[in-house]
Design a binder for this molecule. Structure first.
Ligand code: DX5
Ligand code: ZN
Length: 220
């Protein structure tokens, strides 16, 4: 199933609750929450208090993208804040297997994110253990960047790798996703689409519906 995960990083922070409720009611499947520590990525965004205060706005999946060094330190706190899925960067975990298992043992879905230049080979051993792989299509840290084209064949190669192994792993793509390029991403094999600017800049409800309409072209 194709899923839309609006990233609140591009939302109007003074009306965050209202914005989250609006995209959820318009049919967005996940709410994508970008946690940044100012170390793994240059910027600092928000953390547990913001996630927990939004939890009452919707029962949609809270998809927490941890752009944080050693995110294993925060699994129980992020769970307590209301996460359903925690995605950690392979580049940020010395003991990636341990961190993935911490997330699963907490009863949450586990994802691994890869920066644009990180090869798929880092997934070789651990792919069967995760629910989702996040292919970053920009360098993480900021919204509103341009999609990096070489990540498209990377998505195709990952889908082929999953198929060869009989895995139905979710493939999420994050960074520069728009209604203009999402068809190419679907055709490459991704099925979960993060969109920040393309949803929240302008009319978030109309933009959400536009993505869902495109998904409908593939689900008839
Ligand atoms: C970037 C974040 C993204 C960001 C995407 O580091 O991980 O989720 O919000 O923003 P857009 O869709 O504007 O590229
Ligand atoms: Zn993200």
């Amino acid at each position: 199933m194709l899923k839309l995960a609006p990233s609140i990083l591009a939302a109007d922070f003074k009306n965050l609750g209202q914005q989250v409720s609006a995209v959820a009611e318009a049919g967005a499947h996940y709410i994508h929450l970008d946690v940044m520590d100012g170390a793994f990525v240059p910027s600092i965004s928000f953390g547990m208090p913001v996630i927990s205060s939004l939890r009452s706005c919707t029962d949609r999946v809270f998809d927490v993208h941890m752009m944080v060094e050693e995110p294993g330190r925060y699994v129980s706190d992020i769970k307590a804040a209301g996460a359903d899925l925690i995605c950690v960067h392979a580049e940020a975990c010395v003991h990636l297997d341990r961190t993935v298992n911490q997330i699963k043992e907490a009863g949450l879905k586990a994802g691994i994110a890869l920066n644009p230049a990180t090869p798929l080979s880092v997934l070789d051993c651990i792919l069967p253990e995760v629910d989702m792989v996040l292919i970053m299509s920009v360098n993480p840290g900021f919204g509103g960047q341009k999609f990096i084209p070489y990540t498209l064949p990377k998505i195709k190669a990952l889908r082929a790798m999953c198929r060869e192994r009989g895995l139905e792993t979710d493939i999420q793509v994050d960074g520069g996703v728009t209604c203009a390029n999402v068809r190419q991403l679907i055709e490459a094999g991704a099925n979960v689409f993060v969109a920040g600017s393309a949803v929240f800049k302008g009319d978030a409800v109309a933009n959400t519906k536009e993505f869902l309409k495109i998904f409908g072209e593939y689900e008839r």
